[in-house]
Design a protein around this ligand. Structure first.
Ligand SMILES: O=c1nc[nH]c2c1ncn2[C@H]1C[C@H](O)[C@@H](COP(=O)(O)OP(=O)(O)OP(=O)(O)O)O1
Ligand SMILES: [Mg+2]
Length: 226
């Protein structure tokens, strides 16, 4: 039976341009384009007051699926830092305050972890000794993981499909890299020797929490969304 919800477009209940870029790259391999909340007029502001990533993903997907009467995918994600007891967790986007910029959230994360400013830690010292050491072996502040919960609410079929993925890494004392978004410059992958913000989009999309969640989604719900 043909999938009534099949189309060349995946609607994602997000306003995060970094997520949109990653999903667009990911779904392009299936010949699908993504649309985000910025592509529709009069989309509601969504209150993400769930206690878990999964609950927030369901809240976002069902708010928009109900409005558009179309299948809608949502991603709720964040960073869980072991030295902070799992914080900022579901509060990742508003860690430094409602609508906080990525830079403010990153600065707060380093403050909470008691990071000493790089300049202070380096001086005095030989001009390029510590800098060279920096690139090779960054100062690690904590183990951490990114978590991504996905929910697809499909009003045409009347069901909700879910998946979750994680990506393990460590938080380092100094940001590195300019790709990606959010906490990527502070999230270091020891086995790669790079931060998430130093990885090309293609590689981030192969190893990230979002990629892991998408993989689980397609394992569990084969044929839906593609
Ligand atoms: O791959 C990632 N690389 C770096 N940081 C990330 C990533 N994935 C989530 N994060 C951080 C960004 C934000 O601080 C929070 C997500 O919060 P979250 O509410 O899911 O997204 P959001 O408010 O930016 O957009 P929206 O709710 O419209 O989808 O976790
Ligand atoms: Mg949000």
């Amino acid at each position: 039976m043909p999938d009534r919800s099949a189309s060349g477009v995946v609607v994602i209940a997000t306003r995060n341009k970094g997520k949109v870029r990653e999903f667009a790259h990911y779904f392009a391999r299936f010949g699908k384009e993504v649309r985000s909340l910025d592509d529709f007029d009069d989309m509601p502001d969504i209150v993400e007051d769930g206690a878990t990533f999964a609950a927030n993903a369901r809240i976002k997907a069902s708010a928009i699926a109900g409005r558009l009467n179309l299948p809608v995918l949502a991603d709720d994600s964040g960073l869980c830092v072991d030295a902070l007891g799992g914080d900022p967790g579901v509060y990742s986007a508003r860690y430094a305050g409602e609508h906080a910029a990525d830079a403010a959230n990153n600065a707060k994360l380093l403050r909470e972890l008691g990071a000493v400013s790089a300049a202070a830690a380096r001086a005095p010292g030989p001009p390029d000794g510590p800098e060279a050491a920096d690139a090779a072996a960054p100062q690690v502040l904590s183990t951490a993981r990114f978590v991504c919960a996905l929910a697809l609410v499909d009003p045409l079929r009347g069901d909700t499909l879910e998946a979750e993925g994680t990506c393990e890494g460590v938080i380092i004392a100094e940001p590195r890299g300019t790709d990606g978004f959010g906490y990527d410059p502070l999230f270091y992958l020891p086995e790669r020797g790079l931060t998430m913000a130093e990885l090309p989009l293609e590689e981030k999309n192969a190893i990230s929490h979002r990629a892991a969640a998408l993989r689980q989604f397609f394992e569990r719900h084969s044929g839906r969304l593609t």
